[in-house]
Design a protein around this ligand. Sequence first.
Ligand SMILES: [Zn+2]
Length: 261
Amino acid sequence: MCWVRLYHICSTLSGTQVQYTIVRSQRRRSIGIKIQHGEVRVSAPVYVGEREIADFVTSKQSWITRHLQAQQGSLAQLPIRRWQHGEQVLWLGTPLTLQVRDGQRNTITLIEKTLHIRLHRRTSDRPAQVRKLVIDWYHQQGMHVLNQLIPQLAEATKLNPTSWRIAHYTAKWGACDRRGQLSFSWRLFAAPPWVLNYVVLHELCHLQHFNHSAAFWQLVEHHAPNYTEAENWLKQHGHTLLNERVFSYVNTESNTGQSES
Ligand SMILES: [Zn+2]
């Protein structure tokens, strides 16, 4: 596997300059474009020339502009995260307020809807420490959630993973490997529970179909009839939640997806 990153300026999109990142992979057989975190990312096979990539990007002009503007628009609506006192983080769709005070050592405790963070007086770079404590807390609490949820869903679906863990993914929500181990991004635990449920079910279904074939999606639909709603939610909010500069989303729905039960 060989990954080469190149930064490139394309000046042909609607008269404005759009910067995109090229990621080359020996496994890829075709060029693909993804808009991620408000940026354009082009995946290409190692043997495709830059000219060809630029032409491909140009041919997708209106699609790129539309998606880029939508993502940048929702990122612009959200304040930049500074990991400081008074900010809110979303835990299973519910806002928790960060309360940061001095203490004997660095700790984090949830009491009702407040995350009480204590930092030692001599802590340097306090936002970095707050961020670390919050992420560690997501990992720990996320495992508690999975330890309850996965056995229930495994029982209902008869799809049994060998183990599960929380990962630091920045570009995906979950993964399933050939040994039957499931991994989930800590960022997923900011999403509402019905979306989390769907992502866990999605990965469980990969235990039976290690691909995204029609048979796979049939199995997903069988276990999660509302899966398109959850996919749409992730499409709409995923780029803001995965983007650590904001790590949030605009809660436009109140009860969407609750109809799954
Ligand atoms: Zn999948």
